[in-house]
Design a protein around this ligand. Structure first.
Ligand code: AP5
Ligand code: MG
Length: 215
């Protein structure tokens, strides 16, 4: 059986870092709506231009736009059987839309994993995050080597939504629009929702996540 997993958590919780590892472990694709929207923006598509307006303000891109992207990858992309979703669903209508997309093909989610990290740690991680220009490696100012990416040496930049003001906005949008998605899943009780402590080293968090997944 494939693993169909949603990895949730506030901005900076480590969804991207951990989804990448989890997907590799499972041999399943990792779909990050944030990464997909940023790449649409960087290629200058109309969708990317529309999304940029919301993303740089720390607001959510409209549900129908995001649902369109996710529907396409989940019905046409690799990973019909298993996948790790990162940064989606982020609103209750998106969670309902996802359930409908999967249900159309008699599929369902296996679990929702929720990374928990205290707010002051989130703010620190986001304002210290750096991304490399060439290969999108995610790192932090502390790990930079001679100002460059510790993995490939290319120039590091800050995501334009990682400024203190936009980070505050994103955290408040998370509280208002995304936290209720966890409650929605818990109330429906069709999919197990498991909280995972997201503090400690990246390896420690990975070990906690994998212990929840099983073999
Ligand atoms: P998105 O890209 O999804 O951003 P986000 O949810 O705000 O989350 P981040 O990517 O900032 O954090 P993360 O949890 O992935 O953490 P990471 O692993 O990088 O969305 C961006 C925007 O796109 C949204 O604001 C919205 O506009 C739009 N959007 C996206 N999806 C949407 C949707 N479904 N609907 C509507 N709009 C949507 O880690 C963060 C930092 O911490 C890194 O520097 C990392 O190296 C470090 N780190 C990770 N783990 C640890 C650890 N254990 N200890 C110390 N540091 C750590
Ligand atoms: Mg991310």
């Amino acid at each position: 059986m494939g693993h169909r997993i949603v990895l949730m958590g506030p901005p900076g919780a480590g969804k991207g870092t951990q989804s990448e590892r989890l997907a590799e472990h499972l041999g399943a694709p990792h779909y990050s709506t944030g990464d997909m929207l940023r790449s649409a923006r960087d290629s200058g598509t109309e969708l990317g231009r529309e999304a940029d307006h919301y993303m740089s303000a720390g607001e959510l891109v409209p549900d129908e736009v995001v649902l369109g992207i996710v529907r396409e990858v989940l019905t046409e992309g690799p990973g019909q059987e298993g996948f790790v979703l990162d940064g989606f669903p982020r609103t209750v209508p998106q969670a309902e839309g996802l359930a409908a997309i999967l249900d159309d093909d008699d599929r369902a989610l296996d679990r929702v994993l929720n990374l928990r990290v205290p707010e002051e740690e989130l703010v620190r991680r986001l304002t210290e995050r750096r991304v490399c220009r060439e290969n999108d490696h995610v790192t932090s100012v502390d790990e930079a080597e001679d100002g460059g990416c510790p993995i490939c040496g290319s120039r590091l930049v800050q995501r334009d939504d990682d400024t203190p003001e936009t980070v505050r906005r994103r955290l408040s949008v998370y509280d208002r629009r995304t936290r209720p998605v966890l409650e929605w899943y818990r109330r429906r009780s069709e999919v197990p929702v498991q909280d995972i402590e997201g503090t400690g080293t990246v390896d420690e968090v990975s070990a906690r996540l994998l212990s929840r997944i099983g073999p």
